[in-house]
Each structure stands twice: as structure tokens, then as C-alpha cells.
Design a protein around this ligand. Sequence first.
Ligand SMILES: [Fe+2]
Length: 149
Amino acid sequence: MSLLIWNDSYSVENDLIDSQHKILFEIFNTLHDKCCRSEVDSFYDSILQLQSYTRYHFRAEEQYMAQINYKKIIMHKLEHRYFENRVDELTQKKNERSVDLLRLLITFLSNWLLQHVVGEDRKIPPPPGSRQVRPSDSGPPRETPQLSP
Ligand SMILES: [Fe+2]
């Protein structure tokens, strides 16, 4: 069962970044399924995929922010590094084979991903000529992020 459901209100109005966010959601949902089935070994295989893809995605996002001289790039990059370090730290405990640890990881990942995508990534100005103009680059998200029931 998917826990993170993509919603168009999460769009950052940048097709490349949106497509990467959708992939991140898919990887996360695979992890969530494995956590629900208590598949510890398989869960950590997918965590490697998440680690690898988030690094790839963060670099793409940071490259875009640098290209447009985004003024909050340093703080934004620090958030990315925090996420990478936290996931690394939690996965180093995989030998404990604890289902509680999987649940802790799932909670951290879902909360962080939603808050970051909706709260921070949407502040990054879209490329010129993107699909729509946002009412405000600094305002609150159009919708509160939702986890599926
Ligand atoms: Fe980001």
C-alpha cells in the first residue's frame, strides 16, 4: 500500500524536479511495503536505492538552484546534507534487524520528504516559461501534505 500519494499541489513547476520527486515517492512506497511485511533484508536493499537516488536528485536540484542564483541555496543544501547523514546513520544500525527501527526510518523519511518537497522545494523559483505562475514563492503550500490512511 502506498503511503505517499503524489498530488499535483506538490509540484514545484519544474518538470525534471517533479519527475524525480515522483520517483522518490515510489522508492519510499516500496520501502513502506517492505516495512509492513517486516522484510528487513529486502528493506535495506531498497534503502541503498533511496540513498543513491536522493544523492543524484539533490545534486540535480542544487545544480538548478546554482544556475538561477537561488538566494537560499546554502540553507537548502544543508537540509539535503542533514537528510543524507540521518539516513546513513539510521541504516548503519541495520545489523540490529529491528522492525521498530524500520518504522522509525519510515516515519522519518515520510515526514522529511513531504515537508521538504512541499515546504522548501516549492520555494525554489520555477524555470522561465514553466506551466503556471505561483501565487507566492514564500507563501504556505496550497494544501497540507497528506499521508494516505
Ligand atoms: Fe530540496
